[in-house]
Design a protein around this ligand. Structure first.
Ligand SMILES: Nc1ncnc2c1ncn2[C@@H]1O[C@H](COP(=O)(O)OP(=O)(O)OP(=O)(O)O)[C@@H](O)[C@H]1O
Ligand SMILES: [Mg+2]
Length: 251
């Protein structure tokens, strides 16, 4: 479904992603793991065109995304969450989630009071109610981010990513900063999304979560792929173990 082909991203002299190749299959949970600074978020940014890769291609359902804007990528069926929550503090939960949908309105400014726009708003409202029901945050729609626990805010971000009805979801550390219970809620959500037919590319440091939910795992270190396989293969891969041990020794 998603193919990453020879993607390279550099920042000045630093090559953050070096000729990365990866293939995410439809209907799977594919995890992308690796130590801090490995280039995982940078790869997400390249897929969603937040940054322009130096070279390479990103193909989604046989179509190149490389010349599209971030909004166009949402229309194509890809949404994401961010490593650092990017919610608007001055907006309630409903409006924050709505902001993930607004790109879907393809009409123009003159239609703002028209029937087309009203129909769009009704559809949007229904979608927001559906998604927040699924994520069990429907009772929080009028709250502001500052009034909510972190675990709920993470789910609000997932809800915002889901309102555009994406086929592929990119989650950047959805369990970071969460306690044990909140992490199991996230695990259940990820599994539920898969059973609803979504494809998920997951960046996550919580190995317990990664090993439990993933169909396939790709490991990056210093911008390069060092291993790929099913969870058991990755858990027993010597190079992967070395990279993670090195990280804990440095810490
Ligand atoms: N906008 C930027 N400008 C300069 N360097 C950057 C920028 N973004 C990332 N980098 C560098 O690129 C490398 C890869 O960073 P990236 O954030 O992709 O890593 P990561 O795998 O997501 O790490 P983490 O697990 O800590 O989130 C790092 O060395 C980082 O310092
Ligand atoms: Mg990151």
């Amino acid at each position: 479904m998603l193919q990453i082909k020879d993607v390279r991203v550099s920042f000045g002299g630093l090559i953050a992603v070096k000729d990365m190749n990866m293939n995410v299959k439809k209907g799977t949970i594919h995890s992308l793991i690796g130590p801090n600074g490995a280039g995982k978020t940078t790869l997400f940014n390249a897929i969603t065109r937040v940054i322009q890769p130096d070279k390479g291609d990103v193909i989604f359902k046989s179509e190149s995304l490389i010349n599209l804007t971030p909004e166009k990528i949402i229309y194509k069926g890809i949404s994401r969450t961010f490593q650092n929550l990017q919610l608007f503090q001055g907006m309630n939960v409903y409006d924050n989630i709505y902001s993930g949908f607004v790109h879907n309105y393809k009409g123009n400014l003159f239609e703002i009071f028209s029937k087309k726009k009203r129909d769009f708003d009704i559809q949007t409202k229904n979608k927001i109610l559906e998604v927040t029901e699924l994520l069990q945050i429907k009772n929080r729609l009028n709250s502001y981010p500052s009034q909510l626990p972190y675990g709920v805010l993470k789910r609000v971000e997932i809800a915002r990513a889901m309102v555009s009805d994406p086929e592929l979801l990119l989650f950047d550390e959805p369990a970071a900063g969460l306690n044990h219970n909140e992490t199991s809620e996230i695990r259940d959500i990820i599994k539920m999304l898969k059973s609803n037919g979504k494809t998920i590319l997951l960046v996550e440091h919580d190995m317990n979560l990664v090993m439990k939910v993933s169909d396939e795992i790709t490991v990056m270190s210093f911008g390069e792929k060092i291993a790929e396989g099913v969870p058991e293969e990755i858990a027993n891969n010597e190079e992967v173990i070395k990279v993670y041990l090195g990280e804990s020794e440095n810490a």
